[in-house]
Design a protein around this ligand. Structure first.
Ligand SMILES: [Zn+2]
Length: 182
């Protein structure tokens, strides 16, 4: 009986988390990865609850989830917002070596939502989608090549490509405006 109760509450937590992710317009594959629910169950959940209740029609993004860590270095603004979101991941403990982002727990999913929702709250013009946010977490967890490092020129902490040499400057210092200030 107890096992059955535990399973019920665990299932309930998964469904609640999946609903939260659907409201963030997360892709089905991202929701599957975080909650462990099947794609069919997620689509039914969307049709039964989210489609009916949302005040505006939420998007359902198709196709594969983003995987390119270079996307976060495409321009200074995206890079800045990614550094803020990455900092929130660190504050929530999501970058601790003991946390395994390849096999996320429900707790990690919940912490990720908290970090991402704080990021949205702080950015009226947020440019990082939920799926890209999850991709950023995987990139910072060492699987897709980004990490925090100090710029050797201005000493600001920012996102750096792991493939680049440690002497690489931040995006600001590398830009013509940044070069002019030193
Ligand atoms: Zn710099």
């Amino acid at each position: 009986m107890r096992i059955s109760d535990d399973r019920y509450s665990r299932d309930r937590l998964k469904l609640d988390l999946a609903l939260r992710l659907l409201r963030h317009e997360a892709r089905t594959c991202t929701i599957q990865h975080i909650t462990g629910l099947s794609g069919d169950r997620i689509r039914k959940l969307y049709r039964a609850y989210v489609m009916q209740e949302a005040p505006v029609r939420l998007l359902r993004h198709r196709g594969k989830a983003p995987r390119q860590s270079s996307w976060f270095l495409r321009n200074a603004e995206v890079r800045r917002q990614a550094a803020v979101l990455g900092g929130l991941f660190a504050l929530c403990g999501l970058l601790d070596p003991a946390t395994d982002a390849t096999a996320p727990t429900l707790d990690a999913g919940e912490l990720f939502c908290r970090a991402y929702e704080t990021y949205l709250y702080e950015h009226a013009e947020a440019c990082i989608s939920f799926d890209h946010g999850w991709c950023l977490l995987l990139a910072l967890r060492g699987q897709r090549g980004l990490h925090f490092a100090q710029c050797p020129r201005c000493e600001a902490l920012g996102l750096i490509d792991r493939q680049k040499p440690a002497t690489a400057t931040c995006g600001w210092c590398a830009s013509p405006r940044g070069l002019g200030t030193h």
